[in-house]
Design a protein around this ligand. Structure first.
Ligand SMILES: CC(C)(COP(=O)(O)OP(=O)(O)OC[C@H]1O[C@@H](n2cnc3c(N)ncnc32)[C@H](O)[C@@H]1OP(=O)(O)O)[C@@H](O)C(=O)NCCC(=O)NCCS
Length: 158
């Protein structure tokens, strides 16, 4: 089922291709727009008037506040040291702990960025395309590169 009954969709959420997304156990705020081939996992929270562009992956433990832009093919991470097995048997959810990430209001994440777990992206911050974010990003900062480094602090009022 592309949109599980366990998903909470607020008024005005726009999903142009509901048959081409994978949403389960998550909460999506009012007027948020979600593109094709997006996966949003259980316990993820998306705020109001966000744009989640096609091919992005929002995993368990991610909280995205209001008015956040997520570009195409953005990948969030919730396990810093992933392993397939423990002592030769496949891992289950009991073998690891979700590490959360928060994206504050009005931030913008460029296409192809990877957001490591346990970070906070500050209000109005801009993440460059293809960046790998490994540390917190200050409010209104622009970061880019691998690993992402601050390149400027904007004076805008987002
Ligand atoms: C590579 C990895 C294991 C390193 O973890 P770690 O040893 O705890 O590393 P730290 O977080 O202490 O970071 C050490 C340095 O490496 C950099 N770094 C960490 N991961 C990086 C990555 N993926 N790409 C580029 N630089 C990276 C950090 O920026 C830091 O450098 P800095 O302090 O100069 O900025 C981890 O960051 C990683 O990428 N894990 C894979 C997560 C994943 O893909 N999970 C699967 C989906 S849930």
């Amino acid at each position: 089922m592309p949109i599980s009954p366990s998903v909470s969709l607020a008024d005005g959420v726009v999903i142009h291709h509901p048959e081409l997304v994978n949403l389960y156990g998550c909460r999506i705020g009012a007027e948020t727009k979600i593109g094709a081939f997006v996966e949003i996992q259980k316990q993820a929270r998306i705020g109001r008037r966000c744009k989640i562009s096609s091919h992005s992956f929002v995993c368990e433990g991610v909280t995205i506040e209001d008015e956040v832009f997520v570009g195409h093919g953005v990948v969030f991470i919730n396990d810093r040291y992933p392993r397939a097995t423990t002592d030769g048997r496949l891992q289950t959810e009991q073998d690891w702990t979700v590490i959360g990430t928060t994206v504050k209001r009005g931030a913008s994440i460029g296409s192809g960025a990877v957001i490591l777990c346990g970070v906070t992206i500050g209000e109005g911050a801009q993440i460059g395309a293809g960046a790998v974010v490994t540390h917190d990003v200050p409010a209104h900062a622009t970061v880019m590169g691998v690993p992402a480094r601050v390149s400027a602090v904007n004076r805008g009022s987002v």
